[in-house]
Ligand binder design. Structure first.
Ligand SMILES: [Zn+2]
Length: 435
């Protein structure tokens, strides 16, 4: 690894960081380190087992953090001084967890007044619940845009205490599609703010353009149901579900990419999942829960398109236990194929459930047969890649944002150790300390 080949030390008055290769020097390393005038870094984490999110593990390492970023990673002890030092002996340091499919609107928010009340009273608690369980980044995969844009601004300005927030705005669906005519059928306020129903390709392109102008980070579309009136699809017994046409779906994906936005699709069925991937979609939300995937083209297609699979197992555990076993088997098969698996819970705020649900999702992935290390990558590096933010977050590497968690024990031996979160660091600052 490159950081074992170099020592970095800070020069007083030099105004920068000088990198010196030991191979070019004659002084023995300890003398060199002792003589280096060093200015304290902001935060040192010492004697840590580091799971770096790429599959690598360091024992007894030191992490030096300055400002919001990881400055250096040392394989052992250092002479560096710090404003704050955390001794992590017996503990494990990991990248902060990323939950790439959440919702911020609780079920009780059904009109303007309840939305206003929630923004004042409820949002803070929910966001803090993620953070206190080690979730340093979330992606809202469908909420009223006003709620999100406001929340993101308040988070960025430090008025709200919570994870980094990425957002899609309202999901794009067909006329009378899901969730417009299923979950929100009786509430026009919700239906028109929480979804965008599209009747044509032109409307699709306009909607993507409006969302891009609003500042969303990604686009989400819903591709479930039937676009053939002669062959209806039942969402639930007695509830037929229309789906946007293939042309509208293709227009959304093309227009999103034209705006440099990644686009993911809510699917449930194999044919829909294959269709959106072939149209260039960057990921599947829920994926396939209505059929077994082993031996189908979906694994090779996901790999070929470098698309993500967000299985939302905790959603099924909560609300549709009858499909959980199929969803778990599908996940295991795709993970074995080397498909990029990403953690997402489809959680909605309910008192104190958002953080625990995220950890539950990781445990369900292990129950499905994935290795703890694969699962940790699904919640860190893979999720960062899924958000298009891997150069900034998702691994413990020099130069990346210092979004880190410190847990007691070893989550590679038992994923449930992630419940034993002691410290959460976001952007180089200790934001939660359970010690
Ligand atoms: Zn969702």
């Amino acid at each position: 690894m490159h950081y074992s080949d170099y020592f970095f030390f800070r020069m007083n008055g030099f105004g920068g960081i000088l990198t010196v290769s030991l191979a070019g020097l004659f002084l023995p390393a300890p003398l060199l380190v002792a003589q280096a005038p060093s200015e304290p870094v902001d935060l040192l984490i010492t004697r840590a087992r580091v799971i770096d999110g790429t599959g690598g593990v360091l024992e007894g390492a030191t992490l030096a953090i300055s400002g919001e970023r990881i400055e250096t990673i040392h394989p052992g002890p250092t002479q560096l001084q710090a404003t704050l030092t955390i001794d992590a002996e017996g503990k494990t340091v990991l990248p902060g967890l990323i939950n790439a499919h959440v919702h911020l609107r609780p079920p009780g928010v059904v009109n303007e007044q309840t939305l206003t009340d929630f923004l004042v009273d409820g949002l803070t608690a929910d966001l803090y619940d993620y953070l206190s369980h080690g979730v340093t980044t979330i992606k809202s995969a469908g909420d009223p845009a006003a709620l999100l844009i406001q929340a993101r601004r308040r988070l960025e300005q430090g008025e709200l205490h919570g994870p980094r927030l990425f957002l899609t705005g309202p999901p794009l669906t067909g006329v009378d599609g899901h969730p417009a005519a299923t979950l929100f059928k009786d509430n026009t306020w919700l239906r028109t703010r929480h979804t965008i129903e599209l009747a044509s390709e032109q409307e699709a392109r306009k909607a993507v353009g409006r969302l891009a102008a609003l500042g969303v980070d990604a686009i989400k579309l819903v591709y479930q149901g039937s676009s053939d009136e002669a062959a209806p699809y039942l969402f639930r017994p007695g509830v037929p579900l229309p789906k946007m046409s293939h042309l509208i779906m293709q227009a959304i994906i093309d227009e999103s990419h034209r705006h440099q936005l990644l686009v993911t699709a809510h699917t449930n069925d194999l044919g829909d999942a294959l269709a959106v991937l072939e149209a260039g979609c960057d990921g599947l939300e829920h994926g396939v829960s209505r059929a077994r995937l082993r031996g189908t083209e979906l694994g090779p297609l996901l790999k070929q398109h470098e698309a993500s699979y967000v299985p939302t197992l905790s959603l099924y555990a909560r609300r549709r236990p009858e499909v959980l076993e199929t969803a778990m088997g599908n996940l295991k098969w795709l993970a074995d194929q080397g498909v990029r698996i990403v953690v997402g819970t489809d959680g909605i705020p309910s008192a104190g459930a958002s953080g625990p649900d995220t950890l539950r999702e990781l445990e369900l992935m292990v129950e499905a047969g994935m290795d703890p290390d694969q699962v940790i990558q699904a919640a860190t590096r893979n999720a960062a890649r899924h958000l298009g933010k891997l150069e900034e977050m998702g691994t413990v590497e020099e130069g990346k944002l210092a979004d880190l968690i410190i847990v007691d024990g070893d989550p590679l031996a038992d994923i449930a150790q992630l419940q034993a979160i002691e410290v959460v660091i976001k952007g180089g600052k200790v934001v939660v300390d359970h010690r």
